[in-house]
Ligand binder design. Structure first.
Ligand code: ING
Length: 311
């Protein structure tokens, strides 16, 4: 019988951050939500992707301008320090997405995990960069992650803190199954992520509801198929007239949505997550050693690939 081990897991969804919003006002919002989460029993709080600024890849500008206005040259820094201080005071860990400029001048779409003593224990740089790098003047907005960020160079890794194995990723990563699988194979128990997902698709007339459907089905399927918890935090609502979806959620290893936000504003959801729940699925369903040995895998891949019927 697996012993029950729980983790207070919270998602702090952000409403819009406008071009006119300063880092200071944004950090005050994050601190407020961290206090709210602590009050609900949170030990780990998940903030969104690019949490400190508006989703600036929607605007055409030169890299130098983007760097000056939206990138962090150090983490923590004076504007963000109040969040680290509050986390230490409350004894709460957190995940934070931000635009990173390294000392060598390389730019990444980055996230960190900070432990309950306020120390950075993990870093991830976004690998799946959606959008384009050219200017599309006829489009209603740009999606220039390929212009402003390099592809992440740290891979998908798992970090131990609070007696829990945390994987992390960012936004578009959550749509690709390998993201979760490579962290589950490193024994991740929870994958935390932030996202900024525009409602409108500039490439085809995608029904609006599909953005939320594909977002949730990506979280639910991968939580179940890897026996892990998934906690996803949106920055959402209309940023200077550009709408992004909400539906931040905490998903159990059963694939079920345990908590979900109702608004497109700053909103905290929190769950006492039973970490042993994933163990049942990893032992009795997705048990590679028992149910999918390498020789079986060859059958699945090679024979299917050859188009011959599987005997
Ligand atoms: N945003 C979107 C996301 O993956 C997107 C972009 C939406 C790509 C839907 C493909 C389909 O949620 C970011 N920032 O990755």
């Amino acid at each position: 019988m697996t012993t029950k081990r729980t983790l207070g897991l919270a998602v702090a969804q952000m409403g819009p951050v406008h071009l006119s919003d300063t880092r200071e006002t944004v950090v005050r919002r994050l601190v407020e939500m961290m206090r709210d989460a602590k009050g609900r029993g949170a030990e780990m709080v998940v903030f969104p992707e690019l949490a400190l600024t508006t989703f600036f890849p929607r605007y055409w500008m030169e890299e130098a301008e983007a760097e000056a206005r939206f990138f962090e040259a150090a983490m923590p820094n004076a504007q963000v320090q109040p969040l680290f201080d509050e986390a230490k005071k409350l004894g709460v860990g957190f995940y934070l997405g931000y635009a990173e400029r390294t000392p060598e001048g390389t730019r990444y779409n980055t996230a960190i995990i900070v432990d309950r003593a306020g120390a950075i224990v993990g870093k991830y740089r976004k690998i799946h960069l959606p959008g384009h790098s050219d200017h599309k003047p006829d489009a209603p907005f740009q999606h220039l992650e390929k212009k402003f960020f390099e592809v992440g160079d740290l891979g998908f890794r798992v970090f131990d803190t609070m007696g829990t194995r945390f994987g992390m990723c960012l936004c578009n990563d959550r749509r690709w199954p390998e993201t979760y699988r490579v962290m589950a194979l490193q024994s991740a128990e929870v994958v935390v992520l932030g996202y900024n997902t525009p409602s409108l698709n500039i490439h085809w007339n995608e029904p609006v509801h599909l953005r939320t459907t594909t977002h949730l089905v990506s979280l639910q399927a991968n939580a179940y198929q890897n026996g892990i918890w998934v906690a996803a935090a949106a920055k959402c609502g209309s940023e200077d007239g550009h709408h992004m979806i909400g539906s931040s959620a905490i998903v159990a290893p059963t694939g079920e949505i345990v908590a979900r936000t109702l608004t497109e504003e700053d909103e905290v959801i929190c769950v006492k997550a039973d970490m042993s729940l994933g163990e049942h699925f990893r032992q009795h369903v997705f048990n590679f050693a028992k149910h999918r040995r390498p020789e079986h895998y060859r059958l699945i891949v090679e024979r299917t690939g050859a188009g011959e019927p599987l005997v």
